[in-house]
Design a protein around this ligand. Structure first.
Ligand code: TXA
Ligand code: MG
Length: 322
């Protein structure tokens, strides 16, 4: 079983594991990451194995500064501006890789682009101490809900990793927003913890959402974030035996007979709802209902990412991805 150490005392032990090519679950402001030295092929392989993640699905390389990022990728002016403004923070930018990039090709799944993010908190300190980029997908087995607490990570991956750094509940609760800047537009590859409106406010071109069909990044479509229970969205009434994931001050019909109920935010605050989303899905799942009914959640701001994760949780279960 994994050793769990509080973030305050974990910098050295985590660094030692990483320098030896091992992997460590670490807190970031978004979700916990399963980190390894991005320049070490063995470490990257261990990440894929521990998650059961298909090798064709590339990993984000985490950096502690734009200078460090520039050793890995070529920034266009708008990508640089967005990095300057939002890093460290929940924004991942896909960029063309520089020739001779030290990031191992297994981490990028052989693509000629690399996804970069500078996280806040313990992850940032660790990268600074290591002075190497960290490959870190969300700390969950492939196809499962991302871990937002050390306990959730331990329950899912504890038997397969040596060390979990406990930084408490992650403040954002959703994975980073992933974008790619193109000459005429910004492509939104994954809505996440940075609302699209905030990116648009700083940009000279529109942000384009992807609409079904086209798989830009493997692992971004189909069933994902899957609890065991089925998930039914935008309900206007609770059916017998369902659990209810509620949002806001008003309840749908039949809420009083739900098998279990958790409210993402009584006041209708999307930040609070983001923080609670994954843990509440898991708790309702454990309550044993065959179906989790979800009340409507507005689509603006962080609501876009919340609805994205919920619709993946509700998607028909096929071959699981990342
Ligand atoms: O908040 C987050 O982003 C967390 C924390 C740990 O940083 N990480 C995370 O990683 O969510 P992961 O691996 O679960 O999701 C990263 C997504 C994957 O869907 C992958 O396909 C996509 O990023 N991705 C990685 N490299 C890419 C690239 N070069 N082009 C397009 N998509 C890429
Ligand atoms: Mg993930």
């Amino acid at each position: 079983m994994a050793n769990i150490i509080g973030a305050r005392d974990a910098l050295e032990p985590a660094r030692d594991v990483l320098l030896a090519g091992g992997i460590v679950a670490i807190p970031t402001e978004t979700v916990y990451g399963l980190a390894g030295d991005a320049t070490n092929g063995d470490a990257v392989l261990r990440i894929f194995e521990a998650k059961g993640r298909p090798r064709f699905n590339p990993l984000i390389a985490h950096v502690s500064s734009i200078e460090m990022a520039e050793a890995l990728a070529r920034f266009d002016p708008l990508s640089r501006r967005l990095a300057e403004h939002f890093w460290p923070g929940p924004l991942t930018i896909v960029l063309p890789m520089v020739a001779g990039s030290p990031v191992h090709p297994l981490a990028t799944a052989g693509l000629d682009t690399v996804a970069l993010r500078a996280p806040r908190g313990f992850g940032r300190e660790l990268i600074e101490a290591l002075r190497r980029p960290l490959a870190a997908p969300s700390a969950n087995s492939s196809g499962r809900i991302s871990g937002t607490s050390a306990a959730a990570v331990a329950a899912d991956l504890g038997a397969r990793i040596p060390l979990i750094v406990d930084g408490g509940q992650t403040p954002v609760g959703l994975e980073s927003t992933i974008i790619k800047v193109e000459p005429e537009r910004i492509v939104l590859l994954r809505p996440g913890g940075l609302p699209v409106e905030e990116i648009e406010a700083l940009s000279d071109r529109p942000v384009m959402r992807r609409h079904g069909g086209e798989i830009v990044a493997p692992g971004m479509l189909a069933s994902h974030y899957a609890p065991d229970a089925r998930v039914r969205l935008d309900v206007d009434a609770v059916r017998p035996d369902e659990a209810l994931l509620a949002f806001g001050p008003y309840r749908v019909e039949g809420a009083d007979r739900a098998r279990a109920m958790l409210n993402l935010s009584e006041t209708g605050d999307l930040r609070e709802a983001s923080r609670n989303l994954f843990a509440f899905l898991q708790q309702l799942d454990l309550a044993g209902a065959a179906t989790i009914a979800v009340e409507p959640i507005p689509g603006h701001g962080l609501g876009e990412a919340i609805n994205d994760r919920l619709s993946r949780a509700a998607a028909p279960r096929g071959a699981p991805h990342a």
